[in-house]
Design a protein around this ligand. Structure first.
Ligand code: SF4
Length: 523
């Protein structure tokens, strides 16, 4: 449904948009719809989509979803990275399509965007030709026009290297690259006719994907999304209503919407949107709900759109770690009461916790366990679902954790063991794999191109075992992961300017971290 068909013989440029994950994950994400819509709105361009058939093992030769055309027949490849290890999926597709992986050996340029390349493009710089540091609505058309004007790799790279939001390795190294973004979401292209498939249900259920707002008003110290998508912007209520009307009637899923927002519901527009959806009998899947917003009024609105499970991200229930995270400072008791209130009001609850900040001790774990046990026993008494996702802290560029690094795996396993034992039989505890956390941090904080590691992992078919083996062979040390970078040292991603404030925020949060934990400044 809503697939775009053009006559490939009648366009000047055939562009492959590669989503380096499965078809189902692509259908669950809004970015592919935005890119597909913008690219195909240009008459001389036909953008067709590619995804991985599977996340591990051998990948069949990739063919486009629209016209079954082999990947190697496309003149320009565009991709987006939303999760660091997905680079391996891109390489698996290139390999099975007979396309050289290293950028210098390839005639076809690859353009990449998305949060992962915006935070730090360096690890991918042996593979990707053009990094777009910015939002698709504000950048993609300009890039495609340059391609239409040149239609040849070298000239294209020379041309796009002049754009202030583009990094082209080998062309404008060392030059500052400034993020480009849409000033007003109301004026940005929105994909109303989203690609859907009756046989594949997206991860958050079927429904019209509605991005309510972008960016976040808060500055949690670990959060890269809020930095990448600064500043906070939201669509106006009249536009949101119009999008819902048009989108729902163009959707195979009927009167259901999937809301996208980093922090929700935190403004009057968010609340009015929920009111509107409830009054129109439109069901909604909501993003993670901000705990401090969980009033009775909000819970009623959430019920009115049919949501019965709340995803909440307290991260921790200890006052000191809340200060380190800059999230729910000084309201730990209120947070616990809010979760109880949600359970009492009939909701199932999924909690997202972070552990493994350097300096975190057994007492912090005990305090968290106590809060979780209290909540679990209430959930059990009331017959509600209650699960806890346990995530190691993964340090990311542009946050203060770039100078702090990740806790070592032995300590992380000890802490996780305490949680698992403490919650056994009481809570459905779901730990995120510590090794995958390390791999994410290893890539995100890398100051070198990692194409040799990525290529080896891809040759082995991807997956944790392939990573273990390949990192063992190509290991370049992990000091940058476990120690972070020296405060004041030049950072590998220092040339990426996301905004005017992130750097200062990270510095002042780091000062607070040092004071709270008694740690010394990284040198
Ligand atoms: S964790 Fe959530 S609330 Fe905090 S900055 Fe990130 S998006 Fe915003």
């Amino acid at each position: 449904m809503n697939t775009i068909y053009k006559n490939p013989l009648r366009v000047k440029a055939r562009v492959a948009y590669i989503y380096p994950s499965t078809y189902r994950v692509m259908l669950s994400s809004l970015a592919p719809d935005i890119i597909y819509t913008i690219s195909n709105s240009i008459e001389e361009v036909y953008a067709e989509r590619f995804t991985n058939k599977r996340l591990q093992g051998e990948e069949p030769p990739p063919r486009s979803l629209e016209t079954n055309t082999p990947l190697k027949d496309f003149g320009l490849l565009v991709t987006t990275l939303h999760y660091e290890p997905d680079i391996v999926n891109l390489i698996r597709l290139l390999n099975s399509g007979g396309i050289p992986v290293k950028r210098e050996q390839r005639a076809t340029p690859i353009v990449a965007g998305g949060p992962v390349v915006m935070e730090n493009p360096i690890p991918f710089s042996g593979i990707i030709d053009v990094f777009v540091i910015g939002e698709a609505e504000a950048t993609l058309e300009g890039i495609l026009v340059k391609w239409l004007e040149t239609m040849e790799k070298k000239r294209f790279l020379e041309e796009v290297a002049d754009l202030p939001y583009v990094y082209v390795p080998g062309f404008n190294d060392g030059v500052k690259v400034v993020k480009e973004y849409v000033r007003s979401l109301d004026n940005a292209t929105y994909p109303v006719n989203q690609v859907e498939n009756t046989e594949v249900e997206p991860v958050y259920g079927g429904g019209f994907k509605l991005e309510v707002s972008r960016g976040c008003r808060f500055w949690c110290s670990f959060c890269i999304e809020s930095r990448v998508f600064q500043p906070y912007r939201e669509r106006s209520l009249p536009l949101l209503k119009r999008l819902v009307e048009d989108g729902v009637s163009a959707s195979i899923w009927g009167r259901r919407v999937v809301l996208y927002s980093l922090s929700f519901p935190v403004t009057s527009t968010h609340l009015k949107l929920l009111e509107y959806l409830g009054s129109e009998n439109i069901r909604a899947s909501l993003p993670s709900i901000r705990l401090s917003a969980l009033s009775s009024e909000v819970l009623e609105l959430v019920k009115s759109v049919g949501q019965r499970t709340l995803t909440l991200a307290p991260e921790t229930f200890t006052p000191v770690l809340q200060r380190v995270f800059f999230k729910y400072v000084d309201i730990v008791d209120e947070m616990i009461e809010s979760v109880k209130h949600a359970l009492e009001e009939g909701f199932n609850v999924k909690l997202y916790m972070i552990y493994g900040v350097k300096g975190e001790g057994v007492d912090d774990v005990k305090a968290n366990l106590e809060a979780l046990k209290q909540l679990a026993s209430l959930a059990r008494k009331l017959g509600r679902g209650f699960s806890v996702s346990l995530n190691p802290l993964i340090p990311k560029p542009h946050t203060m954790f770039q100078w702090i690094g990740m806790e070592n795996p032995v300590k992380l396993r000890e802490i996780l063991g305490l949680y698992k034992r403490g919650l056994k039989g009481l809570v459905d505890a779901r730990p995120y794999d510590i090794e995958w956390g390390f791999i994410q941090a290893y890539i995100a904080l890398s100051g070198r191109a990692l194409d040799d590691v990525f290529t080896k992992v891809a040759m082995r078919g991807g997956g944790l075992a392939a990573w273990r083996k390949s990192l063992g062979e190509e290991y370049m040390g992990a000091g940058h992961v476990f120690n972070g970078y020296g405060f004041g040292d030049e950072l590998p991603w220092g040339f990426i300017i996301l905004d005017n404030v992130s750097r200062r925020v990270a510095e002042s949060q780091y000062e607070v971290f040092l004071r709270l934990t008694g740690s010394k400044k990284a040198t």
